[in-house]
Design a protein around this ligand. Structure first.
Ligand code: C2O
Ligand code: CU
Ligand code: CU
Length: 469
C-alpha cells in the first residue's frame, strides 16, 4: 500500500521525471532502481457522434520536472489539448478564448477554406468565441491544431496551445492497421523545451535563438519528461508530430529495428516503406508501424546534433497484440500532379543579406517580411501550381495552408521516402519543388498562409499569404 501510494502520487511522478532523462531511465530500469513512469496520451475527444467540437483556450500552470510550476496554456486542460477524432461531414466548432491575449485555432493539415483556417486573420479576442461551421472532406490523416497569432505563435505554442487531430474513416481494421488509441495506436507529440537549473521551463529567445530557432535541452513527449511508452508485443502504430518550435529530429531506434512508414502529413502511402531513420521537421507528421514482437525495450533516439533521447519503450505481455503482421498494401494513392501545373512560382526563404536590405532583420520571403495587409499573390481556384522553394542559411521547413502537396524534387533529385506521399510541410535543405492543387477558396479578408515552420522564423516575418478564387 505504501509503495503503491508512492508510485501513483503525482509528486513522485514529477520527481522521477525530473531526475531521469530517457536515456538514463533505461539504465535505471535495467538496474531495477527506478519506478516506471508511464507515458499517457492526451485525452481523446471523439466528435463523430455529435458532429460538434468545443475547445477552450485556458491559462494554467504545470510542473514538468522537479522544479517550480511554469505558467502554461492549453486547450481544455493545462498544457496542449485533447486528441480530436473527426470523420468526414459537418463539424460545428466553437473555440472560446479565456486568456487575456488574442489566440487562434489553426487546423494545420485540414483542408478547409480560408474563413475556417484559423490563421492570424481569425484572432479570437479575450473572452470571445469563434464558431466556424466546418465541413471535413479528406482522406484519413494525422493533422494538428495550434494558435497562430502573428508575432505570438512561437510563444503560445511553446507554452502549450497545440493538439493533434485524427481524421478517420473507421476503416483501419480493414487496412490491418492498429487503431486502439493509447494501446497499439500511440499519438506522440515531440517537443524539446528549455529548462533552467531549477527545473523551470523558460522561453527567452536571444537574437541567436531567433536566427537558429529556439531549441530546448530536454524532451517532452505529450508534455511529459522521462516517461516510458508501454506497448503490446505486436505491431504498434506511432503517430509522430514534431510540435517543437525549431528542432529537426532524425529518429531511429537504438537497436536499429525498422520503422515502417505508412502515412505522411496528408494521408496513407500505397504501401509501408521500411526506414532506418526518419527525419521529422517542425510541423511534419509521420505514422510508422514498429514491431515489438521481438527484441527488448528499445529507445527512440535522434541524431545528428547529438544523441538526443526521445522516448523509452517497454513491453507489457498482458496487453493484447491485435495486429501481428504488417499490411502489404494500404489504400493511399497520392495523385501525380506533374504536368498539370498552370504556373510556377519562385519562393525564397530569406535570412541575412537578401532580406536584410529590405529591413525586418533579414528574415523574410522573397525579400519581404510578412505584412498582414499585403496579399502576396492570387491563385486560381482549382488550379495546380509548381512552387520552387529555396532555403537560405539553414534548412527551413516550408508549410502551406489549405492544401496538401506532392514533392516533385529535392535539390534536383527525387524526394526522400518521407516526402513521397501527400505533404503540407516539407524540410527544404537547399531547394525543393512542390506541386499543389488549390481547392479551398480564400478571400483577401481571410487569406491562406505559407511560411517557415520554425516558429521563431515565422514570427519574425518568414511568412506570406495568398488568396484563392
Ligand atoms: Cu502549423 Cu501556419 O501552421
Ligand atoms: Cu498550417
Ligand atoms: Cu526558417
Amino acid at each position: 500500500m505504501k509503495r503503491r501510494q508512492f508510485l501513483t502520487s503525482s509528486s513522485a511522478t514529477l520527481l522521477t521525471a525530473g531526475i531521469l532523462s530517457s536515456l538514463t531511465t533505461r539504465r535505471a530500469l535495467a538496474q531495477g532502481t527506478a519506478p516506471l513512469v508511464r507515458l499517457s496520451m492526451p485525452p481523446l475527444l471523439d466528435t463523430r457522434a455529435t458532429g460538434r467540437l468545443s475547445l477552450t483556450a485556458m491559462a494554467s500552470s504545470k510542473r514538468f520536472l522537479d522544479g517550480p510550476a511554469t505558467a502554461t496554456v492549453g486547450f481544455n486542460q493545462d498544457y496542449l489539448g485533447p486528441t480530436i477524432l473527426v470523420q468526414n461531414g459537418d463539424l460545428a466548432t466553437e473555440v472560446t478564448n479565456t486568456l487575456d491575449e488574442p489566440v487562434s485555432a489553426h487546423w494545420h493539415g485540414l483542408l478547409v477554406p480560408g474563413e475556417h483556417d484559423g490563421g492570424p486573420h481569425l484572432a479570437i479576442a479575450p473572452g470571445a468565441t469563434w464558431r466556424p461551421e466546418m465541413r471535413i472532406t479528406q482522406d484519413p490523416a494525422t493533422v494538428w491544431y495550434h494558435s497562430h497569432i502573428h508575432h505570438r505563435t512561437a510563444e503560445q505554442v511553446y507554452f502549450g496551445l497545440a493538439g493533434v487531430i485524427h481524421v478517420t474513416d473507421g476503416r483501419d481494421d480493414q487496412r490491418g492497421l492498429p487503431s486502439e488509441y493509447g494501446v497499439d495506436d500511440l499519438t506522440l507529440v515531440l517537443q524539446d523545451r528549455r529548462f533552467d537549473s531549477a527545473g523551470g521551463i523558460v522561453y527567452d529567445p536571444s537574437m541567436m535563438d531567433v536566427m537558429h530557432g529556439f531549441a530546448g535541452n530536454r524532451m517532452l513527449v505529450n508534455g511529459q519528461a522521462g516517461a516510458t511508452a508501454v506497448v503490446p508485443e505486436g505491431i504498434v502504430r506511432l503517430r509522430l508530430l514534431n510540435g517543437s518550435n525549431a528542432r529537426i529530429y532524425t529518429l531511429f531506434f537504438d537497436d536499429t529495428r525498422p520503422m515502417h512508414l505508412v502515412a505522411t502529413d496528408g494521408g496513407y502511402l500505397p504501401a509501408p516503406v521500411a526506414l532506418e531513420v526518419l527525419r521529422l521537421a517542425p510541423g511534419e507528421r509521420a505514422e510508422i508501424l514498429v514491431d515489438f514482437a521481438t527484441g527488448g525495450a528499445p529507445v527512440l533516439l535522434s541524431d545528428p546534433v547529438q544523441p538526443y533521447g526521445i522516448l523509452q519503450f517497454e513491453k507489457d505481455p498482458s496487453l493484447t497484440a491485435r495486429i501481428t503482421r504488417l499490411p502489404d498494401r494500404l489504400d493511399g494513392a497520392p495523385e501525380d500532379l506533374s504536368g498539370k501545373e498552370v504556373r510556377t512560382r519562385q519562393i525564397s526563404l530569406d535570412m541575412g543579406m537578401g532580406g536584410m536590405m529590405m529591413g525586418g532583420g533579414g528574415i523574410a520571403i522573397n525579400g519581404r517580411p510578412f505584412d498582414m495587409n499585403r496579399i502576396d499573390f492570387e491563385v486560381a481556384l482549382g488550379s495546380v501550381e509548381r512552387w520552387h522553394v529555396r532555403s537560405t542559411m539553414v534548412a527551413h521547413p516550408f508549410h502551406v495552408h489549405g492544401v496538401r502537396f506532392r514533392v516533385a524534387s529535392e535539390n534536383g533529385a527525387p524526394p526522400r521516402p518521407e516526402n513521397t506521399g501527400w505533404k503540407d510541410t516539407v524540410l527544404v535543405p537547399g531547394e525543393a519543388e512542390i506541386l499543389a492543387r488549390f481547392d479551398q477558396p480564400a478571400s483577401p479578408e481571410t487569406p491562406l498562409m505559407f511560411h517557415c515552420h520554425i516558429l521563431e522564423h515565422e514570427d519574425a516575418g518568414m511568412m506570406g499569404q495568398f488568396t484563392v478564387s
